[in-house]
Design a protein around this ligand. Structure first.
Ligand SMILES: Cc1cc2nc3c(=O)[nH]c(=O)nc-3n(C[C@H](O)[C@H](O)[C@H](O)COP(=O)(O)OP(=O)(O)OC[C@H]3O[C@@H](n4cnc5c(N)ncnc54)[C@H](O)[C@@H]3O)c2cc1C
Length: 364
């Protein structure tokens, strides 16, 4: 039987391993973390992502996820609250990714935790367990580029720094957040605040590098600047940060979509953030990761190759990613942002519409 190797055991890798193992493919998945770990992610699971996870066999509410059906946008001058066009969920990636890897193992995939892919050369992978050369190689290492197979991210917007941490919040703040994803806008950045399992809140934010440097260039100085704003103070002032240090990331290539260079790296199937990166505020990166896994598995089972997969994925995602980039640009410009919020408060239906047009379409 031919062998499929998958580098990365996040959502894309875990879903692809499950689907292929269920089709009796011999699958090995390499995941560098030995234990389930926190990931930098807002942990907003959209309706599309939930549908795909449920079809794989995961029941998010049984895993402890909180349910959200409203979006609240808070700026210095306005608060807008609208229903989401779908039910969404909040669950830590630590719990979700672990559940998905368990599912892959139960389906028959060999999951090697603590195994690192060090270099890719064609389909040959040098790993911490030795070299392998599978018949089919899937790259699902997420934000981390692999030596020998980097993404071509020239021209992408890489000017944000991201932070994620957890908070234990006061009872009245938890009550105010229940059922909501809250997007809090600030000068050259935005934050997402929502509940995950166990009554704790995920605060994930992105700030432009230049603004971050002006504020002082440290998490402490950024947090001080945010808590000085009433819209953050009313949420966080009586709260307690749970992680010792926030998780951070810089240089995420927003707007990236894999396009094979002639004669180059269409030797491996790219999944998730290795295939496409949509602006984080859309909360659809996880759905894209899961969708790309389904696409790759279907292509492999039908006997297709990486080029077929990448073409199909571009057709599915290019419009959503470029629309989301435009919205990110408008949202990042102070006066256009005020105009956009004004328009939304006059016609709130714009928001669910924007949420719809930046979404992955899940076939029924
Ligand atoms: C600040 C921020 C907030 C976000 N918020 C949301 C949100 O709220 N909702 C949403 O849907 N999306 C969100 N996203 C996007 C989402 O997190 C990603 O799109 C999604 O995690 C991509 O999944 P993936 O499986 O491709 O990669 P990942 O989830 O990053 O998984 C990659 C896996 O590969 C492993 N790995 C990496 N390198 C190696 C190696 N060399 N060898 C072996 N294993 C390796 C890693 O340990 C990891 O387990 C956010 C992104 C950012 C940056």
């Amino acid at each position: 039987m031919s062998e499929v190797a998958i580098v990365g055991g996040g959502l894309a890798g875990g879903a692809a391993a499950t689907l292929l193992a269920r089709e009796d493919r011999r699958v090995i998945l390499l995941e560098r973390d030995i234990e389930p770990n926190h990931r930098i992610c807002g942990e907003f699971i959209s309706g599309d992502a939930e549908t795909m996870l449920r079809r794989l066999g995961l029941d998010l509410e049984r895993l402890g996820a909180t349910r959200m059906d409203r979006l609240r946008i808070v700026s210095d001058t306005r608060t807008i609250s609208v229903p989401l066009p779908f039910a969404a969920f909040g669950l830590t990636r630590k719990r979700l990714d672990a559940a998905l890897l368990d599912l892959a193992e139960a389906a028959g995939a060999r999951v090697e935790r603590g195994a690192v892919a060090r270099r890719i050369d064609g389909r040959r992978v040098e790993t911490s367990l030795g070299a392998i050369e599978p018949d089919t190689l899937l790259l699902a290492s997420g934000k981390h580029d692999l030596r020998g197979a980097p993404r071509s991210t020239e021209g992408c917007a890489k000017d944000f720094v991201g932070f994620k941490t957890y908070w234990r919040l006061g009872a009245s703040t938890v009550a105010a957040l229940r059922g909501h994803i809250e997007i809090i806008l600030f000068d050259h950045g935005y934050a997402g605040l929502q509940l995950v399992e166990g009554g704790i809140a995920n605060l994930c934010l992105l700030v432009r590098k230049t603004r971050f440097a002006e504020i002082g260039g440290t998490w402490t100085s950024l947090l001080e600047a945010l808590i000085a704003l009433p819209r953050f103070a009313c949420r966080l002032a009586d709260g307690e940060q749970i992680l010792e240090k926030p998780l951070t990331i810089a240089g995420v290539p927003y707007g990236f979509m894999h396009r094979a260079r002639p004669g180059s790296d269409d030797i491996a199937f790219r999944l998730g953030d290795q295939a496409a990166v949509i602006p984080s505020f859309c909360g659809d990166g996880m759905a894209i990761a899961l969708h790309s896994a389904r696409r790759a598995a279907a292509t492999i089972i039908a006997g297709g190759g990486p080029a077929d997969h990448h073409h199909a994925l571009r057709a599915d995602l290019a419009r959503q990613v470029s629309l989301a980039m435009w919205i990110q640009k408008i949202g990042g410009n102070g006066s256009l942002q005020a105009l956009m919020l004004g328009a939304i408060s006059l016609a709130p239906a714009i928001l669910p519409w924007l949420a719809q047009v930046t979404r992955v379409r899940v076939p029924s």
